[in-house]
Design a protein around this ligand. Structure first.
Ligand code: PGA
Length: 251
């Protein structure tokens, strides 16, 4: 079976509600120009998830959140529960993004709880892994990704793993304009799949592994052509519908 091809847009803390609605509208309008085989996902800020979901209704574009709470509900001021996100009609949730690990103290411990919340509410996690520049330069990128997978993904059941999406995002390539080469991406994606195979066996062949980090229309095709790259998690270029869709044409 061929793996799912996915192009997911991580809007981060960008767009006001009206801008987000316009962006979603443009993605829906242009979607027909791209192969139906590509699964598009947009991940707006919490504040306009509902409006964006309304906007993409009737299309095959899915919506995801950028994070969720570790707990189910209760006295956790400022947090947003996975059940709330799911109730809006979200299908996905990005977990473990390097910006959350780096700026908000996200750890494997909190991520295990968030993964459990996501699955308990029928959300598919897009679980992010990746090394920073120092780790890459020291040759530790394999070990870093392995640990990020072992500490979290290895705790999933086979059934949970069957719907998981992984994103490899080297921190040194995020928002820097510096992209991993297609060869670098393939090398680590193949390695990540090997780590998954060690625990989940043949099911690892079905797990989509997305590349993220300055992915744009001009480099998407070369990166997506690699055997173990199943699409992209797109930041900056997801804020322009035209670029976001053009990345989908990279398949
Ligand atoms: P970028 O971000 O495409 O702007 O580098 C990717 C991401 O962080 O998901």
């Amino acid at each position: 079976m061929a793996r799912k091809k996915i192009v997911a847009g991580n809007w981060k803390m960008n767009t006001l509600p009206a801008e987000g609605v316009e962006l979603a509208k443009s993605v829906v309008a242009g979607r027909g120009e791209v192969c139906e085989c590509v699964n598009f996902i947009v991940c707006p800020p919490f504040t306009h998830l509902a409006q964006v979901i309304e906007q993409v209704k009737g299309s095959d574009i899915a919506v995801g959140a950028q994070d969720c709470a570790t707990e189910a509900k209760g006295a956790y001021t400022g947090e947003v529960a996975a059940s709330m996100i799911a109730a809006l009609g979200c299908k996905y949730v990005i977990l473990g993004h390097s910006e959350r690990r780096q700026y908000y103290g996200e750890t494997s411990e909190s991520l295990n709880k968030k993964m459990a919340q996501a699955y308990a509410n029928g959300l598919t996690p897009i679980y992010c892994v990746g090394e920073n520049l120092e780790e890459r330069e020291a040759g530790n990128h394999f070990a870093v990704c392995k640990a990020q997978i072992e500490e979290v993904v290895y705790n999933l059941t086979e059934e949970q793993f069957a719907s998981l999406v992984i994103a490899y995002e080297p921190v040194w390539a995020i928002g820097t304009g510096k992209t991993a080469t297609a060869e670098q991406a393939q090398e680590i994606h193949a390695y990540i799949r090997e780590v998954l195979r060690a625990k989940f066996g043949a099911a690892a062949e079905e797990c989509p592994i997305l590349y993220g980090g300055s992915c744009k229309p001009s480099n998407a095709a070369e990166i997506f052509a690699k055997e173990d790259v199943d699409g992209g998690l797109i930041g900056g270029a997801a804020l322009k519908a035209e670029d976001f869709l053009a990345i989908g044409k990279g398949f």
